[in-house]
Design a protein around this ligand. Sequence first.
Ligand code: CTP
Length: 402
Amino acid sequence: MSSLLTDKRILLGISGGIAAYKTADWTRNLRREGAEVRVMMSRAAERFITPLTMAALSGHKVHSDIFAADDAERIPHISLGRECDLVLLAPATANTIARLAHGLADGLLTAVVLAAKAKVLICPAMNSTMYQHPATRANLERLVQFGYTVIPPECGEMACGDQGPGRLVEWETVRQEIITALTPQDLQGKKVLVTAGPTWEALDPVRLLTSRASGKMGYALATAAKRRGAEVTLVSGPGNIANPTGVEVIPVISAGQMHEAVLSRAERMDVIIKAAAVSDYRPAHYDPHKIKKDASDAALPLAANPDILRELGERKKGARCFPLLVGFAAESYNHLEEGQRKLRAKNLDLIAINDISADDAGFAVDNNRVTLVDRNGAVEELPLLSKEEVAHRILNAILRLN
Ligand code: CTP
């Protein structure tokens, strides 16, 4: 399955620290997601992990010699940094960081970084006293001034037994940083509001009406829009997904609260994406006491909730300038026709339709298979993709409509 890293060319530079062994796994993870990995190692790194291991895992010869002349057409310290989309230095030792901060080109790694035109991500890893030394702090600040991204190490127990900051960052954090570095900032200056999750409609202090939605699709959209440079507000129903970094999160419980949160912000937005599975009905009466089984008859009277998206679409009809509206439609049959009907009925610019009859996509899983239909009638059927990638495809479609 294609991922955001598919076909990206990553140049991994390993310097001589004990955490070097972790980059073997990183290489496998990158390749599993379809990225191409080239490896260069300092001489010191070769004492911690062998070039043979890294060659086997990357599928390519490992570079370590700045003076290698096996191909007269290519000068390794120039070509390596030019033929990749991103340079990832991990672990970056105190020594390598100091050399980079002073512009030295005394080995392949430092020379490549100096000559690279691609983005450079640096993952320091060292003993915590070395990391906290003013010399290392100053060197890292210089690297940030040079435009490199420094991904701080984590706190914890070190190989030497010390506790503190200095442990090589975890893979998932690096993965997110790589994706951010490779993502174009094409939503810069745009204000995007996303709704996510289910709503809870309380019947009494214990029971509620809700849906199986997890919020994953909406959170993926908020994360993707933020990564592409947008200012993002996420109006989220109840759930247990961590807040995306840098996104303003407005927690709500019921459809009524979501209605208020969205409508009061709508006019300030450039795009509104309604990924939430809003409950169409709520119990007509809320009982402040837990309802006893013998105290009520079995019927549950319901009252209709406001249709938030339809109201936004109505408002848009009368306004000269109003946010671009994107809806979702979760359908179990006639999904294309139903989606097209909702697009027109709610006056939307784009709708993402998912066929929830498939069990590998849709509710509460990490993947989704959606069909996009826009206001001009264009239909784009996407294959099964991660929700992360579906989010980017939806944002691409939005940009095409703008
Ligand atoms: N929606 C909304 N407010 C509601 C119900 C739905 O804003 N009260 C939005 C959803 O967030 C989604 C779109 O409308 O983007 C379509 O939701 P869906 O539940 O598929 O459709 P409904 O309009 O509720 O129609 P039905 O339940 O009859 O399929």
